[in-house]
Design a protein around this ligand. Structure first.
Ligand code: ADP
Length: 379
């Protein structure tokens, strides 16, 4: 069996050992030679993910094509499908992870609670929306192309049009959303195979810094609050989205908890940062289950192997030198598993993560925080 993966980042890199273990051959299309995934695959094509010729070379003789990101133009995926390439998730599902406006409309149609939203073309549209929802604070989002908080901007309309960032109202469709005053962010990760089998991991809490995920706690603490079972609520929503959209592979559903309700923020149809804990904290990792799903194999158990697992991202900053910091970081706690992505350090970039599992959550948070600080080069 030969699987093609579009993307040269850490998600494709972390699929590599799972391909090896299952004896499945893989070919990747990476944007740059020397990238995170390029370092670990033998069969590599270097090129842009919107270059049709490169996509066709990647697709030649494949059994299935999948992705580590959502940036391949949807028309090009459809063209591959018309040429009988098997693509999972397919273009008709992936569109809802590529276009936040289409996603919002679809969720509304499905009666899945989400932030109120509108599409605007100018500043007066932003003001009108803010007046309608009776709030000065709104969230502006590029409908397409954003990631890791890029393309998301919390805006107070009292600051006026001159304070809008460069990318807003510059051609791309602009989504304006109600700014949710959430108590925390949760993520439900489910995996659906091309045979329709559906499994789910425990719901996790994600903590962001500057719009970028920093910490994940698996499972999210206090999922049962009074009469509300947030785990059940989140998983039911995620499973119905996976089924309705016929997603094949991993589906991550990011949500806001506000009072007793959960509102869906975002969908991702690929292994997701909120699922890195599964590499050491679950029987089957999200990367293995994504591969099993797109290859039509039975899915593996998603059961946790520890009471708690904490995942802490290592985010680059001024002074980060992973090579120098690694020896001290590994001395901190022998239970910790450090996973570095082979990327050069630059500010805010995800360079790796640390997973640690055990019984005492506050201790795990403190240890993972210390290890990531040492690796990031903080004093
Ligand atoms: P990206 O696609 O860049 O990951 P998201 O839509 O997931 O963008 O937004 C990134 C982060 O911004 C979220 O995790 C959340 O912390 C914040 N955010 C996004 N939308 C809203 C909203 N409507 N209300 C409040 N915070 C939001």
């Amino acid at each position: 069996m030969l699987v093609g993966v579009v993307g040269g980042g850490q998600l494709a890199r972390m699929m590599a050992p799972e391909f090896q273990k299952l004896g499945i051959e893989a070919r990747v299309l990476v944007e740059e030679s020397g990238s995170s995934a390029d370092q670990v695959y033998g069969d590599v094509i270097v090129g842009s993910c919107d270059d049709m010729q490169k996509l066709e070379s990647l697709a030649s003789d494949l059994d299935v094509l999948t992705f580590e990101h959502e940036h391949v133009p949807n028309e090009q995926i459809s063209a591959l499908e018309r040429a009988k390439v098997v693509v999972y998730p397919c273009s008709s599902a992936l569109i809802y992870a590529q276009d936040k406006l289409k996603m919002r409309k679809k969720l509304m149609q499905m009666n899945i609670p989400s932030p109120q939203f509108s599409v605007v073309n100018d500043f007066s549209g932003i003001i009108e929306f803010a007046e309608n929802i009776k709030s000065d604070k709104v969230v502006l989002k590029a409908a397409t192309g954003g990631y890791d908080g890029k393309g998301v901007y919390v805006f107070d309309i009292r600051r006026g049009a001159d304070e809008l960032p460069e990318w807003v109202l510059r051609g791309t469709e602009l989504l304006v959303e109600e700014c949710i005053d959430f108590s925390r962010e949760l993520c439900a990760l489910v995996v659906r195979s091309n045979a329709g089998e559906l499994v789910h991991y425990d719901v996790v809490e994600t903590i962001q810094r500057g719009g970028v995920c920093k910490t994940v706690i698996a499972p999210a603490p206090n999922l049962k609050q009074g009469a509300v079972d947030f785990q059940e609520l989140a998983q039911t929503m995620a499973c119905s989205i996976a089924q309705e959209l016929e997603v094949v592979g991993v589906l991550a559903v990011e949500m806001f908890q506000r009072g007793d309700e959960l509102l869906v923020n975002e969908l991702a149809m690929r292994p997701h940062n909120s699922g890195h804990w599964t590499i050491s904290g679950a029987v089957t990792s999200q990367f293995e289950n994504h591969i099993r799903a797109v290859c039509g194999l039975a899915l593996g158990s998603t059961a946790r192997t520890s009471k708690w697992t904490v995942m802490e991202n290592i985010l680059g900053q001024e002074g980060t030198n992973l090579g120098n910091a690694l020896p001290s970081a590994l001395e901190i706690d022998s239970r910790a598993k450090v996973n570095l992505y082979g990327k050069s350090a630059c500010s805010g970039r995800k360079l790796g993560h640390v997973n640690i599992s055990g019984e005492d959550l506050s201790e795990l948070l403190s240890v993972s925080g210390r290890i990531s600080s040492v690796l990031e080069g903080k004093k």
